[in-house]
Design a binder for this molecule. Structure first.
Ligand SMILES: NC(=O)c1ccc[n+]([C@@H]2O[C@H](COP(=O)([O-])OP(=O)(O)OC[C@H]3O[C@@H](n4cnc5c(N)ncnc54)[C@H](O)[C@@H]3O)[C@@H](O)[C@H]2O)c1
Length: 305
């Protein structure tokens, strides 16, 4: 792995510009491409504003070169990450173009949230160098990047990608099989399914669900994962709890009718002012600010260690 790798980021939206920022701050040369002029033209200004807000070195933005042409962005790349819209035919088209113009040894990654990496990379001539990297929003504040292998991914592509992300300060997690939701979203949505079910069955209201989590195991989760916790209390106790509780926990294979009802009624959450709960503009802004403050404080604590 070169100390200074040549990184290409395709798509300069919410995720793409943040991913470019992380690589540039770590000292890599980054080329960024977007097919929409306004998105490309504003990318470096958005990166500079983020760097300033975080107290990071603003000169890092000088290592980010916007390219109006995809070929120019990937032509000399060691590593290409795609972060265009979540649309399979679009991603396949973009990957075909990347494959046409990138050097034969470049590693190619997709930042899709839920589309199987296998489907995105299947049409490639060389699938051994392609994999998934699932970043979390905002990319410069949430440490995890899931590195997802397909059945075709070569070991060197995985090793390179794991090391690249560890070296820029991320926490890479190796996902050995390309399953829907990878690891993080499977776990997250198993919890959300039960959270919605509790409300649906009148056991508590939505605010109470969130309070219970935030005031109990949510406090511990950042330092104590569920399997560490199971070992801490004992696998025998965990087994006893599962024998009693699991038969009663929500297990339906599809979305909750309660959730479907909210969407059908136009209760879309922040964007309509009501979802599981009602949200004024002030409440929305306060919650967003609280989240960013929390993520920044966590990052600062990690950096200080
Ligand atoms: N937003 C999140 O929280 C999040 C988290 C993890 C992964 N993702 C995934 O990351 C990807 C990008 O999401 P986002 O939230 O940044 O979306 P976004 O809409 O903010 O950005 C997508 C960008 O892709 C550009 N684009 C569209 N077609 C293009 C093309 N042919 N060539 C180059 N650029 C093109 C758009 O102009 C836009 O700037 C998606 O696959 C999404 O599912 C998103």
């Amino acid at each position: 792995m070169p100390a200074k790798a040549r990184i290409a980021v395709i798509g300069a939206g919410l995720m793409g510009h943040g991913i470019a920022q992380v690589f540039a701050l770590a000292g890599h040369d980054v080329r960024i491409h977007d097919s929409v002029k306004e998105s490309l033209d504003s990318a470096t200004a958005r990166i500079r504003a983020n760097l300033k807000d975080l107290g990071d070195d603003e000169s890092a933005v000088e290592r980010v070169l916007p390219c109006a042409d995809l070929a120019c962005a990937v032509r000399e790349a060691d590593y290409v990450v795609e972060a265009v819209l979540e649309d399979l035919p679009l991603k396949q088209k973009v990957f075909a173009e990347i494959e046409r113009h990138a050097p034969p040894g470049a590693i190619l990654a997709s930042n899709t949230s839920v589309i199987p990496i296998t489907k995105i990379t299947e049409p490639l001539r060389d699938r051994t160098r392609a994999l998934g990297t699932h970043w979390w929003n905002p990319p410069f504040l949430v440490p995890l990047v899931e590195v997802i292998e397909t059945q075709w991914t070569g070991a060197n592509a995985t090793t390179f990608t794991m090391k690249l992300h560890a070296d820029v300060g991320k926490t890479p997690a190796h996902v050995k099989k390309d399953v829907p939701g990878f690891i993080g979203n499977r776990l997250q949505h198993a919890l959300w399914r039960e959270a919605i079910s509790l409300v649906e069955h009148g056991i508590c209201d939505a605010e109470t669900v969130d309070t219970v989590i935030k005031a109990s195991f949510g406090r511990r989760l950042a330092v104590l994962g569920p399997l560490e916790n199971a070992d801490l209390v004992g696998t025998d106790l965990t087994l006893a709890i599962h024998r009693t509780v699991l038969p009663d926990i929500e297990s339906r294979p599809g979305p909750s009718p309660y959730l479907e009802g909210l969407v059908a009624d136009g209760k879309l959450g922040f964007k309509s002012g009501e979802g599981f709960r009602k949200w004024s503009q002030e409440q929305q802004a306060a919650l967003r600010a609280k989240l960013v403050d929390h993520l920044k404080a966590s990052r600062d604590r990690e950096k200080a260690k």
